[in-house]
Ligand binder design. Sequence first.
Ligand code: OSB
Ligand code: MG
Length: 369
Amino acid sequence: MRIAEIELREIRMPLLRPFETSFGVTLDRRILILKVSDGTHEGYGEVTAGEGPFYCHETTDTAWHILHDFVIPRTLGKELAGAHGFAPIVADIRGHYMARGGLEAALWDLDARQHGQPLWKFLGGTREEIHAGVSIGIQPSIDKLLKVIHDEVDAGYRRIKIKIKPGWDIEVIRQVREAFPKISLMGDANSAYTLADVALFRRMDAFDVMMFEQPLHHEDIIDHAELQRQIRTPICLDESIHSADDARKAIQIGACRIINIKLGRVGGHREARAVHDVCRDSGVPVWCGGMLESGIGRAHNVALSSLENFSLPGDVAASKRYWAEDVIEPLVEVSPRGTIAQRMEPGIGYSVKQDVLDRCTVRKQIFSA
Ligand code: OSB
Ligand code: MG
């Protein structure tokens, strides 16, 4: 596979609703989109970095810098052993997984198209439909949250994730559980707590929560292992896991019983698959996380979720939950049974709406070999 041209662009897309987590509020997304071409076929990928360095150190702008100055120059004109051959040529770059992962994803789309195969099959996936869940941001009131949950359950979603933070946790979970005794419910803290909160988590054990996602520091596994020893509810790691090695260590010391895999956070499909395999071999289920992606990143998440050990519903939801207008067609849609069907077309299986993409674009650069 020889990469003749790479296009890097920034698009701006307003979210339909503000999304609030323990680390801040997002209203307008600034997303980097990569297009790669071998002269015949094209592939699309998305950088999942946020606007500010709050979920992790990367931002839209640091990703542009790393791609522009380091990742793209190394990839352009190179003869790669398929998308699989990309990771080794950027292996010496430390961190910046989302920047690398955006280009890596585009290369997998291209590789799958070269082989005339849908990406999910090309990745080795077997799930022809995946189970969709939703991530619901912190709301102005518990009543408002209950209403949002009601609507999402009505829409068919199989699992409800709520964001928690100190002051928006046990009372919220108590009331949600009271209003919805049967739903699959989980809480995501995005690192808002410390070991000083063990007693609080022990009290929250009473509400049959599927898992607490990343309760402690974004780089920690040691304290998570201590917390997991003291609570019954499974811990799921998100921020702390960037590689299969991280996953192996976290599982080995008992820091989690579930792992959320995000394509960008681990640097692309190759490492995502490796994390998946480590978890599968240890009996740890995984699910696919989301980063408020446009349709391009979302399509990659749908394909990734087809791997066998993605046995729990992920944060992969319908385009219309996020955008008035998405950049792909058809839109990512969720059935009344809470499922998303895989596409049978080559590559990501969705086509990019060039006019919408161009309208959202605020900067673009083309690199030719
Ligand atoms: O921690 O999973 C997270 C969004 C931005 C940053 C971090 C997270 C999230 C989500 C949203 O929970 C998932 C989605 O709907 O895309
Ligand atoms: Mg999370």
